[in-house]
Ligand binder design. Structure first.
Ligand code: KG4
Ligand code: ZN
Length: 345
């Protein structure tokens, strides 16, 4: 089955053609980063306007790179939630129009599930595994039983991890987007230079939850005194210490989730899965298999959408032209009481 995937939930306008759920025939990502840079954050109205301008070109490049004609595909898949409403609607309208004109089936895809599917494009990973989606909008730890069956174990209760990277980097003018900028600086810094607070207030059923606003505030305000007063003018040290605190918290929750569930595979996805320290911090945990997508598939892309879309279409899923986009998604399962293990953990 050959599927065209479309992704336009935030600031990447992307189209990809994937065969049989894992063979990437083309993967076009047109990033709007430089258009949002002067605002140091994604401006929703600019994002949707650029998607509307670019989507035709991005879509036709995906066919050209795959050496296929539109009539050669078997179906289409498009991100419909969560994301920026106006941006999502551009991809959805494009997909509906193309599906209607080709008389081919299409499905709406959940962006979170697509990130969790990204690693399946390079390696067939058996279920269940512990999933991590870490991006600018999400920090989610879950048990993944199939490509569309997840149970949420924990989420951030305030900022997403990528958002914290972005805001700290913005405050210190480290560069935009902040995650890659902090990653680059941190490689040359001392992660022990600052002793940032690592919140671990969540016990019982909330023990996998995360919080990043306190760490972000500590990095921005408390350290600013030292930083500006000249005790330590090293952006590298600040970046390395912040990154270590942010990632260690995530890693500790993932390791806990593995211990509690008896699952020994972790599969990561989302922009923050590109982080160098996160990618190597499990080396002292040889009993765990930790899988990261290739760098090109960590951030937003349409190959992950086409891949999971292929699984949905193969199963017989079909959406109608009345399908709508949704900025939010809170419909994932929570663990049932009996699967919540030892409350003292
Ligand atoms: O998945 P994504 O492309 O878009 C969302 O769905 O949010 O993730 C973007 C986020 C941004 O916050 C960006 O700063 C962060 O991923 N990011 C990183 C790195 N590369 C991207 N964070 C830390 N280290 C990186 N190397
Ligand atoms: Zn994303």
């Amino acid at each position: 089955m050959t599927v065209l995937g479309i992704e336009s939930s935030c600031d990447e306008c992307a189209a990809s053609i994937v065969r049989d759920g894992h063979i990437i025939l083309s993967n076009i990502v047109a990033s709007q980063i430089s258009m949002h840079e002067e605002y140091e954050g994604v401006v929703p109205e600019i994002a949707s306007r650029l998607h509307a301008e670019w989507i035709m070109e991005v879509g036709s490049r995906a066919f050209k790179e795959a050496n296929l004609e539109p009539a050669d595909i078997d179906g289409l898949a498009v991100t419909v939630k969560p994301g920026l409403a106006g941006a999502l609607l551009v991809g959805l309208s494009f997909t509906k129009a193309l599906a209607w004109s080709l008389n081919k089936p299409f499905v709406g895809v959940n962006h979170i599930l697509a990130h969790l599917y990204a690693s399946q494009l390079s390696e067939k990973l058996p279920y269940p595994f512990i999933g991590l989606v870490a991006s600018g909008g999400h920090s989610l730890i879950c048990k993944v039983d199939s490509f569309d069956d997840i149970t949420v174990l924990g989420t951030t209760i305030d900022d997403a991890i990528g958002e914290a990277f972005d805001k700290v980097a913005k405050h210190y003018n480290f560069g935009y987007p902040g995650g890659p900028a902090i990653d680059r600086l941190a490689r040359k810094g001392n992660p022990k230079a600052y002793n940032f607070p690592v919140p671990n207030l969540y016990k019982g059923e909330n023990r996998y939850n995360l919080s990043y606003s306190g760490l972000k505030t500590a990095a921005i305000h408390q350290v600013e005194q030292f930083y500006v007063d000249g005790h330590d003018k090293s952006p590298e040290n600040l970046a390395a210490s912040f990154e270590k605190a942010a990632v260690d918290l995530l890693a500790s929750k993932l390791i806990k989730a593995c211990k509690d569930t008896g699952i020994s595979t972790i599969v990561a996805g989302g922009g923050v899965a590109a982080n160098s320290y996160l990618r190597q911090c499990f080396s002292s945990q040889p009993e765990l298999k930790v899988v990261f997508p290739p760098l090109a598939l960590c951030g937003d892309n349409a190959a992950m959408v086409a891949g999971i879309g292929c699984k949905m279409l193969e199963r017989g899923d079909r959406d109608s032209l009345s399908l709508n986009a949704s900025p939010r998604v809170y419909s994932f399962k929570k663990p049932s009481l009996k699967t919540r293990t030892n409350r003292n953990n």
